[in-house]
Each structure stands twice: as structure tokens, then as C-alpha cells.
Design a protein around this ligand. Structure first.
Ligand code: NAD
Length: 465
């Protein structure tokens, strides 16, 4: 065994929560070690957000070409339909991932973080043994930051393997499945289901609840529902995936639907029924930290119940979003360095990269705390930029207090609205009132004008509607 390492800060996990915590800690003068068994970048960069957005981008381009075939669209005419070589798409996507992965490695190196490639197993709160290619290594730290992330949830009767895949395999397909069945109409199921539909797969979705994207209210989800309907995606709501019958490489999903038991033929069955915190197999039980259900319990500074053991990101609860993890990682490093910080964002905005996209920041009209709020929306059908992109579907919506006009929540659904999420968050974080948004010049012609107009509308003085 090599000589034991002693360090001030030990970070476990090289995903967005972990690598940001490590860089920040090192920048603040703390001697920092980061342990990661896989490639640097974590779920988001290697097998989640980034590769899925690359696939979604290609799928959008492909679909536009399909629409231009034959009759043409807006004067563009393709004489023959496009074809897709998915293995080429996957190779390009891997190039994007490689670039970002190398970028993270370079950032850690520049910050002088010591990165150890291996699997860490804790024997107590501050000590772990790391299995590396060169053998075992013991690391002891004054502070430990746990950023172990999450894993896809498997269904007991429909285990992963063969045609049953998780989002990880869905992002590495070398050929398009002719028939795809998706279990779970949440973020991942819809983002990937829609992308693969655009590329030409026949898609069927099986969802246990009575609507798609159950986190959001029906008006926000309606444009996505319409897209699915218009594009021939079959959606079974209040349906239960029971089991799989395998026939060679393909399969049937047996599902209990409102129309009775169905055998849904599939070349691939994509299971996207949520993710679970990665709490097993690395000695968490030896660390004596309290749990909060399946998550590691933390306070608003990401402290666990064990002194100087911290936890961030997917490990500590919903929402399992990259930008929550990075903010927490950065904060913990600063607290260890002596800064006064707390994790109390006005909102953790979320974007669903469906067709069209959905953004939510702050309170939804259906939230209890928004019971007496005023809800106002401005439709993209009255926005010049949206019309000039042939994207009139959707709206921006503001939830505001009746008495002092304080903005409590902002949502949007429409093409490219993900790019409005920063402005929405900033407005909430700065405690904006309707007059702040109405009084801010928004560039014409942009989609952001719909936010400006929604604020004017909430003040009872709309110009363009
Ligand atoms: P999810 O929680 O978003 O959706 C899971 C869906 O599966 C739910 O609608 C649920 O009702 C349904 N379901 C559960 N069990 C089922 C069953 N047995 N049969 C049929 N339906 C069933 O989970 P996800 O889509 O797997 O995403 C996991 C996490 O990843 C999310 O928490 C999200 O935060 C994150 N994520 C975020 C983004 C983004 O920010 N754009 C994208 C992808 C994933």
C-alpha cells in the first residue's frame, strides 16, 4: 500500500457538485483531493444533460429536414428525405463530451486539485481506502464532501439488460430502434422519447399517473401533449408496466392500461422512472451520518449530522439538477474556508428540453403559497420573434402577489425558452416586482419581450394584446 494521504478537503465524486467544490476549495487555499472512479464530469456531462442535448439538437435538425422534404417548408424543398447514421451522431456527441471532460480535468489541474482515479470506500467519517489501478491508497481528511450523485431507478420486474435500457444506453445507440417503448413520462422519458420520435422511431409512452410531466400544471404541459399527439406518439396514462416478454433481441412490454392488458412490441424499452441517490457500496453506513429517507440528511449549509462531513447534489434530495449541485459544492468549499454562506436560493429553476421546451422558476399557480396570487400570461402568438421563427405555440406566465406586485414564479413553454431561464431566476433572486420587469427595456425582436409584456399585462396595461 502506498503512503497514506492526509488532506484538508477530500471530495468524493467528480460530477458537477464534486468538481466545482474541489476547484473552489483549492482556489481558496485548501489542500484538496478529489476521488472519481469514472471519467470526470459525472452524470450530467458524461451520460446526462450534455449528451442528451446533443442528441436533441441533431433530432431537431433532422426533423426540420424531414418537414422540408417533398412539399417543402417556407420555400425550402428537399427532393429526398434525409437519412440518419446514428453511430455518426453518437461519435459526434462523444466528441462534445470528450472536450468538456478534458476541460474539467484541465480546470482541476490548474486549480492544483489532486485527482485520484479509483473507488473510495469509507471506514469512518474521515477516512477512506481507494482502489486504484496501482493498488490501495488510504486518504484521511479534515473535511469530507460527499458528491456521489445518483443512479437510474430500475423496475423490479423489468430489470435493465438486453432490450431494456436506461438513459445511459439510450444515449449510445448505434442504430435507431424502429419501435421504442418508454416507461415514465417525466423529464428523461419525454426528452429522449421526443428526440427519438423526431429521428423516426415509433414511440409509445407508458405513464403511471394521469398526465405527462406530473410536476407541472396542465396549461404548461399542453403544448408538449399536443406535439406528442400530432406526431403520432401513443401515450398510455394511468398505465402500469408489468413485465417484459423477450423475443430474441426485441421484446413485448406487458402493460395494464385503461383499455386492458396490452402487449406493446418494442425493439428497445427505455425505463425512465426516476433516479435514486447513490448511497450504497462505498461505506456510507460506516460514516454515521443521518439519513432523510433515501437521501443523506443535510442542513441549509449542506452539513451532515457528522462534524465536517458535508454532502451536496443528488445525494441530498430533489431536485436532482446540475445547477443545484454546483451551487451547493461552491458554497460548501467557501464555508470550509471560513465564509458565511447558506443555501437559500429564491428558486432552483428547471428546464425540460421537450418539444417545445418548458421552464419553471419559483412558484407555480397550483402551489399552496400562490393561492391568492395573480396569474398572467403572454402568448408567443403575439410575439414577433416567435412568429418569425414559426414558433407561435406557448407563452410566458408570471405569478405575482396582488398587494405589492412581487413576482413569485415565472414559467414559459415554447421554442428556445430555456434561454430565458437565467432572466427568470435573476428576477426572482433580486426580488423583482412587476414594475421592474415592465420598466426594463427588452430587446426587440426577442422572445424575452413576452416576459416584459406579461408584466405589463399583469399591471393591467398591455400594449401588444
Ligand atoms: P422523473 O421523476 O422526472 O419522471 C419519472 C416518471 O415516471 C414520473 O412521471 C412517474 O409517474 C413515472 N413512473 C414511475 N414509476 C412508473 C411505473 N412503474 N410505470 C410507469 N410510470 C412510472 O424521472 P426521470 O425522467 O427518470 O428523471 C430523473 C431525474 O433526472 C429527475 O429528477 C430530473 O431532475 C433529472 N433530469 C433533469 C433534466 C433536466 O433538467 N432537463 C433532464 C433529465 C433528467
Amino acid at each position: 500500500m502506498a503512503d497514506p494521504i492526509r488532506t484538508q478537503v477530500l471530495v468524493v465524486g467528480g460530477g458537477p457538485g464534486g468538481y466545482v467544490a474541489a476547484i473552489r476549495a483549492s482556489q481558496l487555499g485548501l489542500d484538496t483531493v478529489l476521488i472519481e472512479v469514472d471519467r470526470l464530469g459525472g452524470t450530467c456531462l458524461i451520460r446526462g444533460c450534455i449528451p442528451s442535448k446533443a442528441l436533441i439538437h441533431v433530432a431537431g435538425q433532422f426533423e426540420a429536414m424531414v418537414r422540408a422534404t417533398g412539399q417543402g417548408v417556407h420555400g425550402i424543398v428537399l427532393n429526398a428525405p434525409p437519412s440518419i447514421a446514428l453511430s455518426e451522431t453518437v461519435r459526434w456527441k462523444e466528441g462534445v463530451v470528450d472536450k468538456l471532460n478534458a476541460g474539467v480535468a484541465a480546470l482541476l489541474k490548474r486549480a492544483k486539485v489532486r485527482v485520484i482515479k479509483g473507488w473510495a470506500t469509507f471506514s469512518n467519517g474521515k477516512t477512506c481506502s481507494v482502489d486504484t489501478a496501482e493498488g490501495k491508497l488510504e486518504v484521511t481528511a479534515e473535511h469530507v464532501i460527499l458528491a456521489n450523485g445518483s443512479l437510474p431507478v430500475a423496475l423490479p420486474n423489468i430489470p435493465f439488460g438486453g432490450p431494456v435500457i436506461s438513459s445511459t444506453e439510450a444515449l449510445m445507440l448505434d442504430a435507431l430502434p424502429r419501435r421504442l417503448v418508454v416507461i415514465g413520462a417525466g423529464y428523461i422519458g419525454l426528452e429522449l422519447g421526443i428526440a427519438l420520435r423526431k429521428l423516426g422511431a415509433e414511440v409509445t409512452i407508458v405513464e403511471a399517473l394521469d398526465r405527462i410531466l406530473p410536476l407541472y400544471d396542465p396549461p404548461l404541459v399542453e403544448p408538449v401533449r399536443r406535439w406528442l399527439e400530432k406526431n403520432g406518439v401513443t401515450v398510455h396514462l394511468e398505465a402500469k408496466a408489468l413485465s417484459v416478454e423477450r423475443i430474441g433481441d426485441s421484446a413485448h412490454l406487458i402493460a395494464e392500461t385503461k383499455q386492458g392488458t396490452k402487449r406493446l412490441p418494442a425493439d428497445k424499452i427505455l425505463v425512465t422512472v426516476g433516479r435514486r441517490p447513490n448511497t450504497q457500496g462505498w461505506g456510507l453506513e460506516s460514516m454515521a451520518v443521518d439519513m432523510d429517507g433515501r437521501f443523506v440528511k443535510t442542513d441549509d449549509q449542506c452539513r451532515t449530522s457528522m462534524r465536517n462531513v458535508w454532502a451536496v447534489g443528488d445525494l441530498v434530495g430533489e431536485p436532482m439538477l446540475e445547477h443545484k449541485a454546483t451551487k451547493q459544492g461552491e458554497m460548501v468549499a467557501e464555508i470550509i474556508a471560513g465564509h458565511r454562506r447558506r443555501f437559500e436560493p429564491a428558486s432552483i429553476p428547471a428546464v425540460c428540453f421537450t418539444e417545445p421546451e418548458i421552464v419553471n422558476a419559483g412558484l407555480l399557480p397550483s402551489d399552496k403559497a400562490a393561492k391568492d396570487a395573480v396569474v398572467t400570461l403572454f402568448p408567443f402568438s403575439a410575439n414577433g420573434r416567435a412568429l418569425s421563427m414559426d414558433a407561435a405555440e406557448g407563452f410566458v406566465r408570471i405569478v405575482s402577489r396582488k398587494d405589492n406586485h412581487r413576482i413569485l414564479g415565472i414559467q414559459a413553454v415554447g421554442a428556445h425558452v430555456s434561454e430565458l431561464s437565467g432572466e427568470f431566476s435573476l428576477a426572482l433572486e433580486m426580488g423583482a416586482v412587476l414594475e421592474d420587469i415592465a420598466g426594463t427595456i427588452h430587446v426587440h425582436p426577442t422572445l424575452g419581450e413576452a416576459f416584459h409584456e406579461a408584466a405589463w399585462r399583469a399591471l393591467g396595461q398591455p400594449i401588444h394584446i
